[in-house]
Design a protein around this ligand. Structure first.
Ligand code: AHG
Ligand code: MN
Ligand code: MN
Length: 339
């Protein structure tokens, strides 16, 4: 039986490293440990209905949001693996107010810092709806050998060395970019390896899907309301060119739109006047993926990757996906938000 060539994540990382002159393997080791953490979280997510890992811990995180047991498990798992890599000197995470410094001797030598949303879409866990992990890797600016400082984690998005997400869905996938395209790896549980399944993903320039929580419609900026109505209009042939799809997990909504073509929108609302999604560990990593796969990501006026973070948990309005759809939205925003 002919076995098609399987490229595991680790093989892929080593092959990419060989292409980079002077690469020392440190980043490869870091990414390898991200893969291990993803497999550990996959295992818990997949049995979440069977063991006491569902539901709330009874604590709230820095966002004032009830922490789900899986939030806490995923946070601890990714932190442990990033620390174990010896290449990361600290982490900024949704689940902790301040940065977490890995001050073991080995970690202080780490050249990298990580920002992460350990479990994205956690309100969906109990309903068995897809959730994810989002991560972003920067080279530290502070001196190697010392503890990292907060400014290491507040770098502009264009400084990202790598970014990606894990989607725990009908299958578990790890999708990442290191600045040379976006590649997707599907977990083959029979061998416990992430295997290359989506090489060099390209988002269609336009698609049929728009994703937004229309429950907030009355509070949306006028330009967003007009764009939604534009999507709902009947075209010349009497067809409906667009369809609305919204899961409520950024990773799941974005991933579907990246593959099929579409636009994800999370504008400012009454509940979240700055927008709901966090710049450092949700918008910047997804924006890096979006641009590396031929798409776009904006806060409504500026390129997300050029926003300078002011604080770790800063929220921004977020629009990301197919570039023609993003450009059309921008036309509406510019016209209606300036009248
Ligand atoms: P998290 O679970 O990490 O707090 O993220 C939830 C986010 C994001 O995943 C999703 O797009 C958005 O919240 C959904 O918000 P609404 O429920 O307000 O639509
Ligand atoms: Mn999230
Ligand atoms: Mn989260």
């Amino acid at each position: 039986m002919f076995m098609h060539k399987v490229t595991t994540l680790n093989q892929f990382i080593v092959e990419r490293q060989a292409e980079i002159p002077g690469a020392t393997g440190e980043f490869s080791r870091l990414l390898h440990h991200v893969g291990i953490a993803a497999k550990k979280v996959h295992r818990e997510v997949n049995k979440a209905g069977l063991v006491d890992i569902l539901g709330r811990v009874g604590t709230v995180n820095v966002q004032g949001e009830n922490q789900q047991k899986l939030d806490v498990f995923a946070n601890a798992t990714f932190m442990d693996e990033l620390r174990a890599s010896g290449e990361c000197c600290g982490v900024a995470t949704e689940e902790n107010e301040g940065i977490v410094v890995f001050d073991e001797e080995l970690c202080r030598e780490g050249k990298y810092v990580a920002c992460m949303d350990p479990l994205d879409g956690s309100s969906n866990i109990d309903a068995n709806v897809s959730v994810g992990t989002i991560f972003s890797i920067y080279r530290r600016k502070s001196a190697v050998g010392e503890c990292p400082v907060e400014s290491d984690f507040l770098q502009v998005g264009t400084e990202q060395i790598a970014a990606g997400y894990v989607i725990y869905g009908s299958s578990t996938m790890l999708v990442y970019t290191a600045g040379r395209g976006v590649n997707g790896f599907t977990l083959d549980t029979s061998i416990g390896e992430f295997c290359l399944s989506h090489p060099l993903v390209q988002t269609p320039a336009r698609g049929r899907i728009y994703s937004i929580n229309e429950g907030n419609y009355v509070n949306f900026p006028v330009g967003v309301k007009k764009y939604i109505k534009y999507c709902q209009e009947i075209d010349e042939e009497g067809g409906r060119p667009y369809t609305s799809r919204y899961i409520g997990s950024l990773v799941a909504d974005y991933h579907r739109n990246m593959l099929h073509g579409g636009l994800f929108l999370y504008p400012e609302t009454n509940a979240y006047p700055e927008g709901k999604l966090r710049l450092v560990y949700e918008c910047n990593p997804v924006a890096f993926i979006a641009e590396q796969s031929g798409g776009m990501a904006t806060d409504g006026t500026r390129r997300v990757l050029e926003l300078v973070p002011g604080s770790l948990h800063q929220r921004v309005p977020f629009y990301a996906g197919s570039r023609e759809m993003t450009r059309k939205l921008m036309e509406f925003l510019e016209f209606f938000n300036n009248i």
